[in-house]
Design a protein around this ligand. Structure first.
Ligand code: F3S
Length: 387
C-alpha cells in the first residue's frame, strides 16, 4: 500500500505509540481490502461509546490511548443522558463506568456530541470522504447526502479520526457505488409514515444483505430515508442505497440504473411487520429525532398525558435548538433524553415489551434490551401511550 512520507513516519512511530498503533490498524485494514492508498477524511463518527456495548475491556483499551483526533469527531450514543441519567433509571454503578468512557474519549479530543445523527449538527457535504461507524449514520451519509464512507468498526473509525485518513477502498471509490439489486413495492402509495419506511427497510434489508439496492416508485422525504436506511442497515448490512429520482447519486447522468435483478416486495409483507401486542413502554427517536419529527411529536402530544413511560431520544444539539417543542413534549409526561437511545441504554432493560416507530429498533430491541418489540407509526405510539 502506498504511503505518503508523513504517513510512513506515523507508521514508523515518529509521532508516538498510539498514532503508530492506529496507523498499523489502518494499513492492516487497507491491505485486507486491497486499498492502494489512504484518503483524507472530513470527519469521523466513532461507535463503541456505551459501556453496555464495550464493557470493561473496551474502557481499559481506550484509557491506554495517548493522542488527539486530527479531524472533527463525534461519538455514537452512550448508555445514558449525561445530565438526567438518574431520572432515566440508570444504575449508579453503570453511570460511573460510562463517565469513565466519556472521559477517555474526551481526552482524545472527541466532541461529546453522542448521536447517530451528526448530520443535523454540522454540515456534511456531497462527495466528502468520512470515517463513520454507526450503521444508520453511514447509510444516511452515503445515500441521502452523497458523502463517502465505508461502514467502519469502532476501532477503525477511531484510528481514522486520530490519523485523519482512512483506507481508500469500497464506497470511497465512485465506481463501487452503483446499484446491484432493484427493489420495487407493489403499492408504493401505501408507504407514507417513517414507520412504514422502517418496516419496508426491515423487510428489504433481509433480501438485500450487503448489496446496494435501487428503490423505484417510492417518494420518501429525508426523515423517511433516514428510517429506511437505518432498518436496512440493521436487518441487512446496507451501507448505501439509492432511490430513483430522489437520492443525489441516482439523479446523476452517469448513474447506471440497469440492475441485474429486481425484487418486488408486497405491501402484505410490510404490514406483517406491524403487530398489536400490549407494551409497557414507548420509545421514539431511533435514529435520533430530526427537528421536524420533534415538532410533529409535540403536536401529537399537545393537551394529552402519557400513561406509560414514553422515551424520546435526540441529539443534545437538536434538543438545545428546539426547546419549545421539547417543553411541549415533556408537558405530556414524555421525557426527551440526549446522548443515548433505546438500544444502548440499560434503562430500557427493565421493560418486557417496547413500542417503537423504527425498523432498526424493532430489529435490535429483542437482543439488546431483552424485550419484545412492536412497531407503529408516531401517531400509534402516542395513541398507545395516552389510551
Ligand atoms: Fe441511533 Fe440507537 Fe437507533 S444509535 S439508529 S437510536 S439504535
Amino acid at each position: 500500500m502506498f504511503l505518503e512520507p508523513e504517513e510512513q513516519q506515523i507508521l514508523d512511530g515518529e509521532f508516538g505509540e498510539t498514532r503508530q498503533q492506529m496507523m498499523e490498524l489502518l494499513v492492516g485494514l487497507g491491505t485486507v481490502f486491497g486499498a492502494e492508498r489512504l484518503v483524507g477524511i472530513a470527519s469521523a463518527q466513532v461507535s463503541g461509546a456505551s459501556y453496555k456495548t464495550i464493557g470493561r475491556w473496551g474502557l481499559e483499551w481506550l484509557q491506554g490511548l495517548d493522542a488527539r483526533v486530527a479531524v472533527p469527531t463525534v461519538l455514537n450514543p452512550i448508555g445514558m443522558d449525561r445530565d438526567r441519567w438518574r431520572e432515566m433509571g440508570v444504575p449508579e454503578e453503570f453511570a460511573g463506568k460510562q463517565e469513565a468512557v466519556i472521559d477517555a474519549y474526551e481526552r482524545l479530543g472527541i466532541r461529546l456530541e453522542c448521536t447517530c445523527t451528526p448530520y443535523y449538527l454540522s454540515n456534511t457535504h456531497y462527495g466528502e470522504h468520512l470515517a463513520w461507524a454507526e450503521s444508520s449514520a453511514v447509510a444516511y451519509a452515503n445515500s441521502v447526502i452523497g458523502a463517502r464512507t465505508n461502514r467502519e468498526g469502532g476501532p477503525g473509525a477511531l484510528a481514522a479520526a486520530i490519523v485523519g485518513r482512512t483506507p481508500y477502498y469500497g464506497l470511497h471509490i465512485f465506481k463501487n457505488r452503483q446499484p446491484s439489486i432493484g427493489i420495487a413495492v407493489d403499492d408504493p402509495t401505501a408507504i407514507k409514515d417513517a414507520a412504514d419506511y422502517g418496516a419496508l427497510g426491515y423487510v428489504a434489508g433481509k433480501i438485500v444483505g450487503n448489496r446496494i439496492p435501487l428503490f423505484s416508485g417510492i417518494r420518501p422525504n429525508r426523515d423517511h430515508l433516514k428510517a429506511l436506511g437505518a432498518a436496512m442497515a440493521a436487518t441487512g448490512a446496507v451501507a448505501l442505497y439509492h432511490v430513483a429520482g430522489i437520492t443525489p447519486e441516482a439523479r446523476l447522468p452517469t448513474f447506471k440504473a440497469d440492475v441485474p435483478e429486481t425484487v418486488e416486495i408486497r405491501m402484505a409483507e410490510v404490514r406483517e411487520v406491524f403487530s398489536s401486542i400490549e407494551v409497557d413502554a414507548i420509545a421514539v427517536g431511533c435514529p435520533h429525532l430530526s427537528p421536524a419529527e420533534m415538532e410533529t411529536l409535540a403536536g401529537l402530544l399537545e393537551g394529552k398525558k402519557v400513561k406509560k413511560p414514553f422515551f424520546v431520544f435526540a441529539a443534545r444539539g437538536v434538543i438545545a435548538e428546539n426547546r419549545p417543542a421539547v417543553e411541549r413534549i415533556e408537558r405530556s409526561g414524555a421525557r426527551v433524553y440526549a446522548d443515548t437511545c433505546v438500544v444502548v441504554s440499560p434503562a430500557l432493560d427493565r421493560f418486557d415489551a417496547i413500542m417503537v416507530n423504527s425498523g432498526k429498533a424493532l430489529a435490535y430491541v429483542p437482543t439488546m434490551c431483552g424485550a419484545v418489540a412492536r412497531i407503529g407509526t408516531m401517531e400509534e405510539c402516542v395513541a398507545v401511550a395516552t389510551a
